[in-house]
Design a binder for this molecule. Sequence first.
Ligand code: NAD
Length: 358
Amino acid sequence: MNIKLAVIKGDGIGPEIVTGALKVLDKIGEVYSHTFSYDFVDAGGISIDKYGIPLTDEALKTCLDSDSVLLGAVGGPKWDTLPGNIRPERALLALRKELGLFANIRPAKLYSEFKNASPLKKEITDKGIDMVIVRELTGGIYFGERGRRDGGPNGQVAYDTEMYSVMEVERIAHVAFKMAMNRSKKVANVDKANVLESSRLWREVIHRVAKEYPEVTVVDVLVDNMAMQLVKNPRQFDVIIANNMFGDIISDEAAQIVGSIGLMPSSSLGESGRGMYEPIHGSAPDIAGKDIANPIATILSLAMMLRDSFGLIKEAEAIEKAVDIVLKKGHRTRDILDNDTEPVGCKKMAELICNEIK
Ligand code: NAD
């Protein structure tokens, strides 16, 4: 296959982790006879420094013309005091909107080597954790009407609106059900249908779409119960679907219970096969430029890309297997160091993973 990627290294550790990840992708290309070409795009803080805005029209066009986008991370203290409309994060919102990326997928997997990294009790983590959260990304309360008005004697009133259309719920539901078909055929639907009308519509649509996937079992879990069940017995879940705000909150909870932030990939998908793939962590300015960042989350994001955007299953598994082998051999970057070995740097970790792709 010939695959053209838009690559956003971004800020902080972004350039280091992305450079490492691309070495792994080049190795996949070599071993499996694919050609990957890269259009490097400035976005975030670096774009503000160069062009005064977080994402130029040209950068956006390059992403729109690509088969998929790989992103390191954006942001950092240097740009923290800028007004909201020219902050680095605006680049991400613009990219999600313009690329129509309505589904955010975050696998939460506890590697057996890292059971101690989870804050949960050993009895809970012993058998491992492997679930994936499908979060609606472009609707709901984060995008609904908001404002303030005079509340009379009670003082000012502020409001945000949670609103979902049938179409918005249907399309994210299909993403979750299709994913469940390739996993254990179980979907947990998160909502607050005992209180919210928007959740009642959400639930109705989820169950209507479920009829198209008769092999998949759906359970409804109220969001407050989900927050509790995730720490009590996360193994009961496989695919979890949630709206934008509930998904935002529970995906961070899930990330925490499976340990290191440096290991967690994510993807954002739309109607077309094109997606944006990125680690869940930020630009880690505290360790930028020191060659100590963990590139694994970015490397695993590439595995998600190969599988979800290009159907390259063998290649995706080759990356995941290589990461597994390197971790089983005991190699660690500093953030996940749990043995007596010397930690390896970002470059070295990427090289070790490349060497396991055969
Ligand atoms: P962060 O994820 O960057 O860092 C949190 C902690 O985890 C830090 O101690 C950091 O050193 C460590 N860490 C993160 N990734 C690591 C890795 N790959 N290897 C080793 N250690 C790692 O979160 P933060 O400090 O809250 O945010 C820093 C900046 O990143 C902010 O400007 C924030 O807005 C931005 N941010 C960007 C994204 C994105 O681009 N998608 C996401 C989150 C935060």
